[in-house]
Design a protein around this ligand. Structure first.
Ligand code: ASP
Length: 460
């Protein structure tokens, strides 16, 4: 697309063309919501096709819905020449070599302060311009694999990513960073943890909850912590590195199969579920919380298992669910279903016959729990026993999303359901644990006397 319409597509692009207006045009817009005057800004690849973005004279940007525009005409033209300061990323033979793969998300974008346009920052030079501290940590090379918000990641992207990481590790890289949208980072982390095994080096996923134009952005610090972990950590696993507390004191490293996004906007959104995190990362220090991880060993050979069966799904059970949901999935050819059941792993009685039909039709059905913390225990109540008798397989304490990606991965390798069961119930990288420690459970419920007392001591 030419720069005249940079970032505009679909209806937004048609609207610009219809009124003979382009990016950097100073424009009068008459819309059903009122009149606006401003400069049409370029948009980022990830943006929607329903708005034009205008920079107003007061410096604010507004999005104008294209459907509301009645009239629009150019009154001037003011092209802003902006660029992220691009400096050559310095190379030092003494520093570890790190590869950063970009997939998109908030972390891949930054706002140009003069124009208010969101522009992707992804060459090493741009990253160095934006976060110069990275050069103190490592030699960084970058590659943009995708440019999507993370809800658009899927099995094809997982496979491309796993293969690209494998190739880079075989070339001898010292650590991998993956920039990723935070929304589904835990799905991708789970998938990569199964697809990439025996990694000799750390594989660190990182994102940001707030874009770098906001004073409270976590983008730069998360990148610095992720680079520190990729270079210096002894933990050679697929991990997520994000803000630990609500302040910027440290980041936490979470195991890829036990991590989950738990808050839609807090920076401290990622939490290890059912266990404690792997380590704490500060600018100059990594403090492991445990020792039961794959240690860094450069002489180890990585194994890549890039498989995924598309016809696998996850069903979040709710009371009053009707059996036709399950029947429809079988009819559509789904080969695997992960149920996030209530309590210890339950669904209502009307669904039983549909489950029985699905199992008879050769569909693999695994049970997980909506409570997230704790194990599936289907022998406690008669309902659970009935479900087991009908062929539902309890998935221990695998998180629902992790069981989903693992089932896709397992069915991508074989149709033999006994083999699939063996794969599902054999722990690969912490997705099934023998016990969940008490200090891996939720804490900090304000108002509770012992918590208030603790907070008084710590937060002065
Ligand atoms: N919607 C974005 C994504 O997950 C949010 C983010 O990057 O944090 O891609």
């Amino acid at each position: 697309m030419s720069d005249a319409f940079k970032g505009y597509k679909g209806r937004a692009l048609e609207t610009l063309k219809k009124f003979n207006v382009r990016v950097w045009s100073e424009t009068h817009i008459q819309s059903r919501r009122g009149a606006f005057k401003g400069i049409i800004l370029p948009r980022a690849e990830n943006d929607d096709d329903r708005h034009l973005v205008l920079k107003l004279a007061n410096g604010y940007n507004v999005g104008v819905a294209v459907d509301t525009i009645e009239q629009m005409h150019q009154v001037g033209y003011k092209e802003a020449h902006y660029k992220i300061p691009e400096k050559e990323f310095p190379f030092s033979p003494a520093k570890p070599n790190i590869k950063l793969f970009g997939t998109g998300g908030t972390i891949a974008s930054r706002l140009d302060y003069r124009t208010g346009a969101v522009i992707p920052a992804f060459t090493p030079g741009e990253l160095y311009g934006a976060v110069p501290e990275l050069a103190d940590i490592c030699n960084l090379s970058t590659e943009k694999l995708f440019s999507v918000f993370s809800e658009n990641m899927g099995s094809a992207e997982y496979i491309t990513l796993a293969k690209a990481i494998g190739a880079e590790i075989e070339k001898g890289i010292d650590g991998i960073i993956i920039g990723h949208g935070t929304d589904t980072m835990h799905h991708t982390a789970g998938a990569l943890a199964f697809m990439i095994q025996n990694s000799p080096v750390p594989i660190v996923m990182v994102g940001s909850q707030r874009s770098s134009d906001r004073p409270s952005s976590d983008a730069a610090l998360n990148l610095i912590h992720a680079a520190t972990a990729a270079c210096r950590s002894d933990i050679a696993e697929v991990m997520v590195c994000m803000f630990g507390p609500t302040s910027d004191e440290y980041a936490l490293l979470h195991r890829g199969t036990r991590v989950r996004k738990m808050h839609s906007s807090y920076r401290s959104t990622f939490r290890t579920v059912g266990d404690i995190p792997l380590a704490m990362v500060q600018r100059d220090k990594i403090t492991p919380f445990r020792n039961d991880y794959h240690h860094r060993r450069k002489d180890r050979k990585v194994d890549i298992y890039p498989y995924f069966e598309e016809r696998v799904t996850m069903v979040y059970y709710y009371p009053n669910m009707h059996p036709d949901i399950i029947d429809a999935l079988v009819e559509k050819g789904y080969k695997g279903i992960v149920i996030a059941g209530t309590g210890l792993g339950h669904v209502n009685k009307p669904v039983y016959p549909a489950i029985e039909r699905a199992v008879k039709a050769g569909v693999a059905i695994y049970m997980t729990v909506q409570t997230l913390w704790g194990y599936v225990h289907m022998f406690v109540y008669e309902t659970g026993r009935d479900l087991i008798a009908k062929g539902v397989i309890p998935a221990e304490n695998m998180l629902p999303e992790v069981a989903y990606v693992k089932l896709g991965w397992a069915l991508g390798q074989t149709d033999d359901l006994e083999e699939v069961k063996k794969i599902m119930l054999t722990g690969v990288c912490g997705e099934i644990t023998e016990r969940e420690p008490y200090n891996g459970y939720l804490i900090f419920q304000g108002g509770i006397p012992e918590i208030e007392e603790f907070l008084k001591k710590v937060h002065k």
